[in-house]
Ligand binder design. Structure first.
Ligand SMILES: Nc1nc2c(c(=O)[nH]1)N[C@H]1C(S)=C(S)[C@@H](COP(=O)(O)OP(=O)(O)OC[C@H]3O[C@@H](n4cnc5c(=O)[nH]c(N)nc54)[C@H](O)[C@@H]3O)O[C@H]1N2
Ligand SMILES: Nc1nc2c(c(=O)[nH]1)N[C@H]1C(S)=C(S)[C@@H](COP(=O)(O)OP(=O)(O)OC[C@H]3O[C@@H](n4cnc5c(=O)[nH]c(N)nc54)[C@H](O)[C@@H]3O)O[C@H]1N2
Ligand SMILES: [Mo]
Length: 780
């Protein structure tokens, strides 16, 4: 293994932000994007400063209250002191606690959902590591299903169209869009700050180029979003600023107009869809007395009826693509816009056509709309989970606060398990979860909370065991994704920070103590695992007659290109071409405009066809502004928030909120001020940019600034840094999917005039001595 961080060689690496190389020049790490990337992500520039930042965790730590009182509920989590430990001592202690919980309650008392993006890399992928460890060494864990990204659509799409991966990864491709599409209605936009990010890393960021090519050919892009920046300026001539959360009303208004004009494709609806008539009765107001016409939609969306009519009349006869960003469904009743966009796509006869139809989440992440690899890429095998209990991922606080309580999910009646130990590696719940003051209460309930991270996130600060792990730059790995042709040898370019260890080494140490070392490691070193994981790709290349490099040659070259499959439109195109011969895997075998299965669940918050439902959060005198809490441009979620690029994008050390001049003027707020955003759940500070690029009535604050409570002893402390999840509501999308709803809520905003509290989120806790030195004890 290359061990000298300063050997000055240029080394290949990969991240969720793309492929790059790193080189030490005069004691500084210089990061250069891979030359084949036409639109590199500046987020990779967070690495150099992050590598040795004070926010890194240097040594294992255990919470003092846990040492004093042993495991058990404790509301001091997040405001307690920490005690430093050596690895052997801390691993002995933690292995003992894992065994205690397993023996006393079984593995059903361990929550190992551990949601989070971790770092790129097939082997050190923290989610795979933790799940393998819990399965192999403890017999399993309570898991989580679905994601914060696509909580509603992952459950809905199989009911209405078919397999989620197939519909989102094989249905629509950028190459076909550039060639065929006439008009895109982009609900939530296609912001390249988002599409330059991908699970596993994409080597060529081509979305910007492709949108420009489409536009040059005469393709129209219509942005429907509260933020003008959600489409690149060059292609953004048509900004439709509908009120956030009202897209379904707009879509219904378009659908109503098409029916009135007779421009909908009745033949396609008859041959390829199920349940049009029931839906049409609702659309035309025959079942509820309210036609969903343009005037009705105008009152809800804040657009004019004329604008809605005009938009609807731009679609007939065109190759039309309806794109719905993840964000629309990360909100109350998030199932509805996804379902309704699929209905629009069928009404205009576009489903399954090249470059037409329904493009779910296209442009939200670089993995969508691309070619699939033609050879396999391996992941770390996770073993078998002996526990069958699970929760929809965003119900974590509900679970911890209400053990044994009933809840509904996708037609099932379930109960929350009774969790004693929570184990997190590779995620930051204090980034991703809603209503953080409620999450603090939830984490106070458990016996023991374990966190592996590379930095002092608020999740680490709330843990009982804090175990420092390496950054990907400090270890070797293979970078690859199913939708990218370049496999990257991720070379090590720095020594581990402090006493940090790889997650693999930490889990190996615990496995040894739990008598499962051989089962966990299979006798392989990390380098041997990389060779093992490379093998299926190598075999796949060989089987195609490609002169594939063996592992050593791949490692020396730094990369290998993989062949890819042509775009074929997946099962939806096959269904379009032959609806009888290749039916969709839905209940009816067709596109479900009405789902008899969903109707049979009897959910008022997700009935049998798409409907407009009033959101839970509506503006009122107390909370007059809608908050859009979207993805940050300057980092991935909370990752490396302390890095150079992320820090440079802040103002006065705070995350930047944006609001319209009308709303700012009404509150005496000026560009550059510090504002306080607040509602009944919490409050945070942010700096503010005043701009007409945000629609009036909306304040936007991206996620990801490390949660930084001014006084953690308070029940609802002020976050001085700008984490919007102190404000968001912890509620599921509906009883169907129970997905995350973090994107939207309502708040009030005022100018902050007090003394600006310092940022403390990156200061590592000062360890205390424990037990107290014998000298002091004797003096008592
Ligand atoms: N309000 C609101 N909230 C949201 C969203 C929203 O739109 N609005 N979006 C949601 C979405 S879509 C998502 S996907 C989630 C994302 O939520 P998360 O995925 O939890 O966020 P990250 O900041 O990526 O967390 C990854 C953590 O893993 C750590 N890490 C990195 N590499 C390693 C490693 O090798 N080992 C270990 N042990 N740790 C490592 C990082 O330091 C970081 O703390 O947030 C959700 N939350
Ligand atoms: N730079 C960067 N890129 C990322 C990520 C990141 O953290 N940083 N995270 C990645 C992940 S995990 C995911 S899941 C994707 C997330 O993909 P998305 O969830 O689609 O991304 P967001 O930026 O949260 O939202 C996109 C836009 O939707 C708009 N919007 C919000 N509410 C509404 C609404 O009700 N109606 C309409 N029409 N528009 C609305 C907002 O203006 C917002 O900018 O992004 C990925 N890309
Ligand atoms: Mo996500």
């Amino acid at each position: 293994m290359t061990k000298q961080p300063n050997d000055n060689a240029k080394k290949s690496h990969s991240s969720h932000w793309g492929a790059f190389s790193g080189q030490w020049v005069d004691g500084k790490l210089v990061i250069t994007p891979h030359p084949i990337d036409p639109d590199p992500n500046p987020i990779i520039q967070n690495f150099p400063e992050a590598l040795r930042h004070k926010a890194r965790i240097a040594k294992p730590m255990v919470r003092r209250g846990w040492l004093e009182n042993g495991p058990g509920p404790d509301d001091r989590r997040g405001r307690d002191a920490f005690v430093e430990m050596e690895w052997d001592e801390v691993l002995d202690l933690l292995a003992g606690e894992l065994k205690r919980v397993k023996d006393a309650y079984s593995a059903k008392a361990i929550y190992g959902g551990s949601y989070g993006w971790s770092s790129a890399g097939r082997f050190h992928h923290a989610q795979s590591q933790i799940h393998r460890f819990l399965n192999v060494a403890l017999g399993g864990y309570v898991r989580s299903v679905n994601s914060y990204s696509a909580g509603a659509s992952t459950v809905l799409i199989p009911h209405i169209l078919g397999n989620y991966e197939d519909m989102t990864r094989r249905n629509i491709g950028w190459d076909e869009i550039v060639e065929h599409t006439d008009i895109i209605l982009a609900f939530g936009g296609m912001n390249t700050k988002n599409s330059r990010v991908a699970g596993g890393g994409i080597s060529k960021h081509t979305e910007h180029r492709d949108m420009i090519a489409l536009s040059k050919r005469g393709g129209e892009l219509v942005l429907i979003s509260p933020l003008k920046s959600d489409l690149p300026d060059e292609v953004n001539q048509d900004w439709v600023a509908a009120r956030p959360g009202t897209d379904v009303a707009l879509m219904l208004g378009i659908a109503h107009t098409a029916v009135m004009d007779g421009t909908h494709d009745r033949a396609f609806l008859a041959s390829h869809t199920h349940g049009w008539n029931t839906f049409e009765d609702y659309l035309m107001g025959r079942s509820d007395g309210q036609p969903k016409d343009a005037a009705w939609a105008a009152a809800i969306t804040g657009l004019t009826a004329d604008a809605i009519l005009k938009l609807a009349r731009r679609l007939p006869g065109k190759r039309a693509l309806f794109v719905v960003a993840h964000s629309l469904q990360r909100a109350k009743h998030g199932e509805q816009p996804v379902w309704m966009a699929s209905v629009l796509s069928a009404m205009f006869g576009q489903s399954g056509l090249p470059g037409g139809g329904f493009g779910y989440a296209l442009g939200a992440i670089a993995n969508y709309g691309r070619h699939q690899n033609a050879v396999p890429i391996a992941g770390l095998p996770q073993g078998k989970n002996g526990v069958s209990e699970f929760i929809p991922v965003a119900r974590v606080s509900d679970m911890l606060l209400n053990p044994g309580a009933p809840f509904e999910y996708n037609g099932a009646h379930m109960t929350y398990p009774d969790i004693k130990l929570v184990y997190w590696a590779g995620g930051n719940p204090f980034h991703h979860h809603q209503d953080l003051n409620r999450l603090r209460k939830a984490f106070a309930q458990v016996d023991t909370l374990v966190v592996h991270d590379l930095a002092w996130t608020a999740s680490a600060r709330h843990a009982d065991f804090v175990l420092p792990c390496t950054m990907s730059l400090e270890r070797e790995d293979i970078g690859s994704s199913q939708t990218d042709p370049m496999m990257v040898a991720m070379h090590q370019m720095a020594e581990p920070f402090g006493d940090a260890r790889d997650d693999y080494a930490i889990f190996t140490g615990l496995s040894e103590r739990l008598g499962a070392a051989d089962a966990f490691t299979e006798g392989r070193t990390p380098r041997e695992w990389l060779k093992h994981l490379y093998q299926p790709t190598y075999d796949g290349l060989k089987a195609k007659g490609i002169d594939a490099p063996d592992f050593d040659a791949f490692w020396a070259a730094g990369e290998v290109m993989l062949p890819q499959l042509p775009l074929d439109g997946g099962t939806l195109r096959a269904f379009r071409e032959d609806p009888e011969g290749t039916p969709l895997p839905t209940t009816s075998g067709k596109i479900e405009i009405t789902s008899d299965t969903i109707a049979s669940f009897g959910y008022d918050d997700c009935p049998g066809h798409p409907v407009w439902l009033t959101p839970e959060d509506v503006v009122d005198a107390a909370n007059p502004l809608q908050l859009v809490a979207n993805q940050p441009a300057s980092r991935l979620h909370s990752q490396l928030d302390f890095g150079g690029h992320s820090s440079a994008e802040k103002r006065r050390g705070r995350e930047v909120a944006r609001m319209h001049p009308i709303d700012a003027d009404a509150r005496g707020i000026k560009d550059g001020d510090i504002i306080r955003l607040f509602n009944q759940r919490g409050a945070c500070l942010a700096s503010v940019v005043v701009t007409e690029d945000v629609m009036a009535g909306v304040v936007q604050l991206p996620t990801g600034a490390y949660y930084d409570p001014e006084d953690p002893n308070e029940e609802k402390p002020l976050c001085v840094h700008g984490n919007p999840n102190v404000l968001t509501r912890d509620t599921g999308t509906s009883r169907l999917a129970q997905g995350c709803t973090g994107q939207l809520t309502v708040v009030n905003v005022e100018k902050f005039t007090g003394n600006l509290p310092p940022i403390q989120a990156y200061d590592p806790p000062v360890p205390v001595i424990w037990p107290r030195p014998p000298k002091l004890e004797a003096a008592e």
